[in-house]
Design a protein around this ligand. Structure first.
Ligand code: NDP
Ligand SMILES: Nc1nc(O)c(N)c(N[C@@H]2O[C@H](COP(=O)(O)O)[C@@H](O)[C@H]2O)n1
Length: 224
């Protein structure tokens, strides 16, 4: 599985406000760059926290990009994937509309009725992990279904877990010219955090580019 994490943060590293409401940190040029990344992906992954906060659609917005995908023999939109251990995704969430296939990565702790409701709403539920989604195992099951290239759009809890598990290949971060602040506002990587510097995720900066009134930093992730 190739895993590319892309997110937009303020200069102080926040993904949104302490109220965890969606804010536009980047502008039209960066949203278009993100749309191109979606169009190149087999799947777009977010955590259930992002689904509950933002209710994103995770579709390709540009019609020409969708047409190019169709001409290449692909579905117009990549699959939508949500990491959701307890099947908390609302059955009327945007990611469950009929624009694309939707996978819910759940754990054995998910309530059977909630899983059934998501299946009835059109999702394919993949179970991996006892109390929380085992991301490596879930990715193997996604690959078996042809989803072999994931764009991860957040949020901070999920992104930390992916780095912690050594699953990230590439990171692009849009740094917007704004300070959001707030000790409880989500950051690019939340979770437990690393303590031993030996275990920090090590990155190689490969590009710096200006988009809108901010910069996009591109990194390859060093793997042992
Ligand atoms: N600026 C940007 O680019 C973006 C901003 N955002 C913002 O980020 C915020 C949401 O981020 P956040 O609250 O961190 O939520 P996330 O989207 O990271 O979702 C976190 C949840 O995912 C579930 N999950 C399942 N498996 C795992 C796993 N193995 N590791 C970690 N999490 C797992 C957990 O819930 P459970 O245990 O129930 O499964 C967890 O609470 C919102 O405010 C949103 O607006 C979001 C995306 C992009
Ligand atoms: N690149 C980027 N810049 C921002 O300023 C953002 N707030 C986000 N958020 C992500 O975009 C998703 C919205 O997707 P749809 O337009 O609904 O398809 C949102 O959920 C975040 O993943 N990204």
């Amino acid at each position: 599985m190739h895993v590319h994490v892309n997110a937009a943060e303020s200069v102080d590293g926040k993904l949104s406000t302490h109220e965890r409401e969606q804010v536009a940190i980047s502008g039209p040029e960066d949203f278009d760059r993100m749309d191109a990344l979606r169009a190149e992906s087999a799947g777009v992954l977010v955590g259930v926290g992002t689904v509950l906060a933002d209710d994103p659609s995770l579709t390709v917005k540009d019609a020409e990009r969708r047409e190019r995908r169709t001409n290449d023999g692909k579905a117009p939109n990549p699959a939508r994937v949500v990491a959701d251990s307890r099947a908390r995704t609302p059955p009327d969430a945007e990611i469950l509309d009929d624009s694309a296939a939707t996978y819910v990565l759940a754990s054995e702790a998910a309530d059977e009725a909630e899983v059934a409701a998501l299946s009835a709403a059109g999702a394919t539920v993949i179970t991996a992990g006892s109390s929380r989604v085992d991301l490596s195992a879930a990715f193997e099951q996604l690959e078996a279904r042809g989803v072999d290239r994931l764009l991860v759009e957040g949020g901070g809890e999920l992104i930390f877990s992916l780095f912690d598990a050594g699953l990230v290949d590439r990171l692009t971060v849009y740094v917007g010219s704004v300070v959001i602040g707030g000790r409880d506002a989500p950051t690019l990587a939340d979770g437990e955090g690393f303590t031993d510097p030996e275990t920090f995720a090590a990155l190689s900066l490969t590009d710096v580019a200006r988009f809108d009134d901010g910069v996009v930093l591109t990194y390859d992730v060093q793997k042992e």
